[in-house]
Design a protein around this ligand. Structure first.
Ligand code: GUN
Ligand code: FE
Length: 472
């Protein structure tokens, strides 16, 4: 990426210290070099003037080569969100699902739309809107499913790169002739693997070291693939050390179908494992109904789970048990799963994570300590959307916090303040639905943001130091 200027950000920085706890750095300065990397975090920087005297000398930077960004009072910097499971081609269908469940939803709404995006003009329009909208909601990294079409998938990778969103982009593998419909399937396992290699090569051509965009192997889900294509993808995974994404155990009908198709495997997770697809780089979406044995197998293989609460409610798939998976040492992140999920926002996914965990609790007897334990806190939900997601998509230690050495994938959040008369205190700040009365603690401000915030609160978004979204 050519010539970014050096940047220093001043203000309040909030990020996850652990699953349970947020860290609040006030009056801090975070210094970002011309590669978008955090090179210094200075925690006692009360004003822009101090930058001259201390910080620049320490860094050996000239004042003329640095841009300084000062957050307004009440605003804060927060790590960009990670969407660990999202279907870009389904974006036009958000909210359109009627009363369908997974398998009829795929046939009625999803496959017709996905197949129509072989029209590249249409794909460009849909993908551009999807990337812009998710960036505006603070998503700095997305693990995208595209379609079976190579050119449209490559276009999605091009657009992520040019619009500046960090992304994993997968061409969807669907070669099972018995299950997939005539109008939307790969011609054969061989053709499917060849097309996958074409997309990998394209991404290598546009971003040789996968700095911002990387390919991801994408067997849609076990029913859409043959044993041959799954084994072939597993071989590519081993040869090229690439990430993998697929769906698992979302819906009861789907699970029954997989059991019928693969009677020799002991479970849905075992189907993937038997084909070499359960790897430390594998992202499994949903995992609503996995058994103890499957959880043990997923943890043993160090595969990751994308929790998609919105989609799981929309398609009445069920309530995935995040605490239960954490207790079994499974790494979990959040996914919007658009277009089954109707919201482009990981903040919304965090909110729904908190709500769905309460539904999990309501299914457990109150006398059982698991009833209380299964409820997730705001801190835990935000962890899932940032550091948890980073671990799921293979970016742990690179994004998700403000440590030195990490990359500047960050959002600036502003909430609305109400003055003595009950009007917005600063007409320049659109606080959206979040009215602050001035007496809230920082913890309370964060709680109000999680439960009532939206893209109006996301003022600016950067990826790898580059400003990729700015409100108004
Ligand atoms: N299982 C297979 N394909 C899909 C999809 O596109 N969305 C969801 N939610 N589940 C799937
Ligand atoms: Fe999905």
């Amino acid at each position: 990426m050519p010539g970014l200027r050096k940047q220093i950000f001043l203000g309040t920085f909030i990020s996850s210290k652990s699953r349970q706890e947020l860290q609040y750095l006030h009056d801090a300065a975070v210094c970002v070099d011309s590669h978008g990397k955090i090179v210094k975090v200075d925690v006692d920087c009360t004003s822009a003037e101090l930058i001259d005297d201390r910080l620049l000398n320490k860094l050996g930077w000239e004042k003329s080569e640095v841009d300084v960004h000062v957050a307004k009072p009440g605003q804060f910097f927060f790590p960009g969100f990670i969407d660990s499971h999202v279907h870009a081609p389904q974006y036009p269908n958000v909210g359109i699902f009627g009363k369908t469940t997974l398998l009829d939803w795929l046939e009625k709404y999803t496959f017709p739309l996905e197949s129509s995006l072989k029209d590249l003009a249409k794909a460009r329009r849909v993908y551009t809107a999807c990337i812009r909208r998710t960036l505006a909601n603070g998503t700095t990294t997305a693990a995208y499913y595209a379609t079976i079409d190579v050119d449209a998938t490559n276009l999605l990778a091009d657009l992520c790169l040019s619009l500046g969103q960090r992304a994993l982009v997968g061409r969807v593998c669907m070669d099972n002739q018995d299950i997939c419909l005539d109008y939307y399937r790969d011609e054969s396992a061989e053709a499917s693997l060849e097309k996958t290699l074409q997309t990998i090569q394209h991404v290598r051509d546009i971003d040789p070291s996968f700095e911002l965009v990387s390919p991801i192997l994408t067997p849609r889900f076990a029913p859409s693939c043959t044993s041959e294509s799954m084994r072939g993808l597993a071989k590519i995974q081993r040869d090229m050390d690439l990430p993998v994404q697929t769906h698992i155990s979302e819906n009861k009908g789907e699970i029954a179908l997989v059991a019928k198709m693969y009677p020799e495997s002991s479970s849905y997770a075992a189907v993937y494992d038997d084909h070499g697809l359960l790897t430390p780089r594998t992202i499994l979406a949903h995992a609503v109904h996995i058994s103890e044995d499957e959880a043990r197998l997923i943890a043993k293989r160090k595969s990751k789970v994308a929790h998609c609460p919105c989609s799981n409610s929309v398609l009445t798939s069920g309530a995935a048990r995040v605490r239960w998976m954490w207790d079994r040492d499974i790494t979990v992140g959040l996914g919007t799963d658009m277009g089954a999920g109707y919201s482009p926002s990981i903040l919304e996914a965090a909110r729904q994570t908190a709500l769905v965990s309460r539904h999990v609790a309501m299914g457990i007897d109150e006398a059982d300590p698991e009833h209380e334990r299964s409820k997730l806190t705001i801190e835990e939900a935000l962890y899932l959307g940032t550091r948890g997601g980073a671990a799921v998509v293979g970016l742990e230690g690179r994004v998700g916090g403000f440590e030195e050495g990490m990359e500047w994938d960050v959002q600036l959040i502003g909430l609305g303040d109400v003055n003595e008369e009950g009007f917005p205190a600063d007409i320049d700040v659109d606080g959206g639905n979040v009215d602050m009365f001035g007496w809230e603690s920082w913890e309370e401000r964060i709680a109000k943001w999680v439960y009532n915030g939206d893209d109006r609160n996301t003022k600016k978004v950067w990826v790898k130091g580059r400003l990729v979204h700015s409100r108004r």
